[in-house]
Design a protein around this ligand. Sequence first.
Ligand SMILES: Cc1ncc(COP(=O)(O)O)c(C=O)c1O
Length: 335
Amino acid sequence: MLIDYRTDSGTLPTEEMRRAMSEAKLGDDYYGEDPSVNLLEKTASEMLGKEAAILTTTATLGNQLALLSLSHKGSEIWVEKFSHIAAHDYTAFLLPDRKFRVYEAIKGREIADDDLAEAGEGAHSVFCIENTHNRHGGTILPISEMKRVYRQIRQAGGYVHLDGSRLFNASVASGVPLNEFAACADTVVLCLCKGLCAPAGAILAGSRETIRRARKWRTKMGSAMPQAGVIAAPAYIGLKKMIPRLAQDHLLAQKLASGLAVLTGLSVDLSLVETNIVLVHPKHPLKTAEQIQNELRQAGILVLLLDSKTIRFVVDRNIHPEDIPATVGIMQSIL
Ligand SMILES: Cc1ncc(COP(=O)(O)O)c(C=O)c1O
């Protein structure tokens, strides 16, 4: 038995996606001639209500291209303290002539007035938001908050970039359509290989001019792929067919969280479990989070440590209903 909660990027493509890869119509995307890429980019831009979109190898690259394309020398780039852009990307190294500023979104759901006001005061700014927020536990930045951020930053002449790697989860869980979220940002990144199960790829969407610039940067950064249709074709199926199934991941995440929350020796904030991520904080007198992670591994359950006190479980298509009671039972015996 192996139950793998480490990341939703590990989801394998469906049979239909595998067929689509082998049958994809291909061309040279460098010249805009790959029909599968063109279809994917057009579909994604329409779903988000943006003028244009570009396929990128990863969401990390999508974020980097957005910031390269929206900012210029002297711009301030505002990043959330625990966001993927701040914690994992090397964008600050790529852009030494931009000034990086850090703010903190309370539980990933709320942005302080003072931060927005300050972001509007200085030089031209790009304000980055993440929805859902990974390290805060898959929490949703509510549409009302996104509208407030966008209004204030735009009024001050800045741009908003949305790392929506898991925006599909936010949309399914909240009932807010993707394009309503996307209307609150100048650029949006979507990851196609997480809950949607495509084998690779992400989308960056925005204005025609921003995406034209991003296309140039993508080539300069060595990530233009001639017949990228082999990636675009399964991703297209992800966009068309896999979004509604995320509700099942959310349901199982809820069940997992409530099963773990009643165990002695763990703390789980159920109010944070809105989508497919469950954060667990061990409170065991003798065992650290790392020891618990190791014992889970020996029992066939893989999880990730976010820090020395936090274990992350991510639910995706790899996780089946019967895995939930099995996981809770094993955790109970470890504790
Ligand atoms: C919020 C967020 N943004 C970006 C990324 C990076 O995605 P990728 O692995 O496609 O670069 C991740 C990966 O988990 C993520 O959680």
